[in-house]
Design a protein around this ligand. Structure first.
Ligand code: CO
Length: 217
């Protein structure tokens, strides 16, 4: 019996052939470079693939995924993705997309010691602590989890705004940061309506000053 992973290679062969059927230049064009308009910050959950749920093609979305779609300013991996997306690819929109039923969020709501991942989930616990009164008042645990998913997305949108990378872009061009939540149960994306696109959207303590003549420095 063939190992299950062989199916992926076979699927790839069929997929590549199908693409070529539709457009003989598909891969030669694709190899020339990428100009995605969007940076996607999503959860690693296998049920929330950025391209599939937005019905987009390779080349359209620059993607970063981690447990519970977090923006952590000491995360060298994410910050490098952000810098490249904003400063080199010059994406116009950054989308933080969480999802209801997020295992990372649910784990953060509990008190189990999960080892190393505690350190990651700690960032979500901080979000819980910030909105403790509102969240504790929701007695239905699934509804409480859903609300924390939304609040977590809201906080990550603001964490993006707090970065010098996003603020530096704002000093010279338009860049929108959106907060969305995907529903596993219905396949629909909900826009939380918490878009930020200017320095005034941020508490003054987090604002950096960028002088036009120093922008290239
Ligand atoms: Co998740």
């Amino acid at each position: 019996m063939k190992a299950s992973y062989n199916r992926l290679i076979e699927n790839n062969k069929e997929w590549a052939a199908k693409k070529l059927d539709l457009d003989p230049d598909y891969f030669s064009d694709s190899a020339k470079g990428q100009q995605p308009e969007f940076l996607w910050v999503g959860c690693s959950d296998s049920r929330v693939p950025a391209n599939e749920i937005t019905n987009t093609e390779p080349g359209e979305i620059f993607v970063h995924r981690n447990i519970a779609n977090m923006v952590v300013h000491t995360d060298l991996n994410f910050m490098s993705v952000l810098q490249y997306a904003v400063e080199v690819l010059k994406v116009k929109h950054i989308i933080v997309c969480g999802h209801y039923g997020c295992g990372g969020v649910n784990a953060a709501m509990g008190s189990l010691n999960n080892g190393l991942v505690n350190k990651w989930l700690r960032n979500i616990k901080e979000v819980y602590a910030k909105y403790e009164a509102e969240l504790d008042a929701i007695t239905d645990m699934q509804m409480r989890s859903n609300r924390l998913v939304e609040l977590n997305v809201f906080e990550q949108v603001h964490n993006l705004a707090k970065t010098s990378i996003v603020q530096k872009a704002w000093a010279s061009r338009s860049l929108q940061v959106h907060g969305w939540v995907y529903g596993l149960a219905d396949g629909r994306i909900k826009d939380l309506g918490c878009m930020v696109d200017e320095i005034e959207d941020l508490e003054p303590i987090f604002r950096f000053e960028f002088h036009k003549e120093k922008l290239d420095a």
